[in-house]
Write a protein that binds this ligand. Sequence first.
Ligand code: VAL
Length: 193
Amino acid sequence: KTSPALDVRFGVKDLADLAKRFGVAALKSPASIVIWTTTPWTLPANQAVALGPEFRYSLVDTGSELLILASALVDAVTKRAGVENVTRIAEVDGAKLEGLQLQHPFYERVVPVILGDHVTIDDGTGAVHTAPGHGAEDFEVGLKYKLEVYNPVGSDGRFVTGTPIFEGERVFDANKHVIEVLKEHGTLLHEAK
Ligand code: VAL
């Protein structure tokens, strides 16, 4: 089996702040930035979501929620997620969203939007799940933003004691559990099979 590819919601904490950044009137539905990852087991270590400063990002309304995606990827992401009605509300440069506060998809942790030149819009969502303890580019951009280099995985390949939810699990077995936990929290937008 190939590795799972997930689209995951990071909820926007402050809708008024989001509205201001996009230059629109009051927003009513819950809003999320959607990240794409092929390594679900790295999500416990997430410390930020990186956007490309010069890419355009759209705020889209699905009828039940608001999603923020790279404008170039709105069609691809909403199509694979089976979203039928997509209304584009507004568009900004990624730079406009720096510092926006997001809710981690299953922990009680608030993580910021950061900017990085390593972000691409070739695939995914245009928003990179950033775990400085697990990836070289994530580490580099983390230094710039003083993110915690959090690595909850021990040398035995298992989540260390004290890791919420996943303590003791082997990381590659944990992928399935992470997907279940995302579903429980309503933060899994799509899982490629
Ligand atoms: N940034 C990578 C990802 O999106 C890892 C290294 C956390 O899967």
